[in-house]
Design a protein around this ligand. Sequence first.
Ligand code: FE2
Length: 381
Amino acid sequence: MWEMVNNRRILFGENRIDEIPGILQWYGLKKVFFATGNSNPALRERIGNALEAAGITYFVYNRIKGEPDLHVINNGRDLFLAEDCDCTLAVGGGSVIDAAKAINMMATNGGLAEEYQMSGRAVTTLPPFFIAVPTTAGTGAEATKVSVVKNNYNGLKKSMYHTTMIADVTILDPLVTVGMPKRLTAATGMDALSHAIESYVSLNATPISEMNGLQSIRLIKRSLEKACAHPEDVKARADMLLGSYFGGCAISAGIGIAHIMAQPIGAMYDIPHGDACSIFLPLAMEFNLDNATKKYADIAEALGVAVHGAADRDNAMRAIEEVKRIRTSIGAPDSLKSYLAGQVADLDFMVETVKKTTGHITCNPRKVDEQVYRQIFELAL
Ligand SMILES: [Fe+2]
């Protein structure tokens, strides 16, 4: 038994962002809560001018710096209401989209973000209309109903989610990702690959998540190295944007041990999420190898490294080697060392922190315990 939720509408292609005002007009919307970052003022201006020309006003919310926390969300919701907005437009990376997702939900549901995150407060009212435009290719936030938020009081990253929180419309316009620096392209690409691979071997995988996962892997294999080597290659950017989107669709089936370890450790040592995924993904694959052999062999096929007629285990190992090769080729990190800045890793503390956020580890193909966390941390150092 399973279910999944998708965006109602997806617009893919160059310059599709120009259609935002027309979509909002069709729904009769008048005032946009425009959540965005500060890295691309020209893009913000272009969209703002187009909205004005269509007679739509907007309020820019650009206080989302780094991964969103409770304050950014509660503050955003207060401003959404004070400014009398009637819809949300998120243009940015995963942090901006996740923050906007939670703000938009709370605009009609009330309360504080911590109540939804920590106390299980229920979402009872349909959120306002919501358009998501990803400007990076990796998090898949535009395809999910989940918002990952940092809790200011206990330092943990935890999700809040509901079926109705997913963006109504997602616009995948490769031109808005062309300026992404190589380092960010590599890290977000490894995040997307982690979503695809971890969800594919998840015990909760479904026929739809598997289809999305494999397609994501094929696209990332075809274009991640190209997008890093040739940032202006629009075709490679388009593949990565789609690969990331399919990866986001696939993670409704659950993520595995690479993400489980990447999330709290990323928060503790200030490691960008994609970098942390890059470090843990091959280690997670090696750990799970004998519990999902056939599935890793399928992944080898999608990566184009499977040998016809070879044993599944041999092909599964080829998949792991290929992920490592891609990681090296794009200069993505393979060790936690440089992030510790000379500090001695406090393994006990790291293990305890991961244990506190292991609520969703039930779908990893191999059983995980404290000893496993410790062992994988040691390998990642
Ligand atoms: Fe991720």
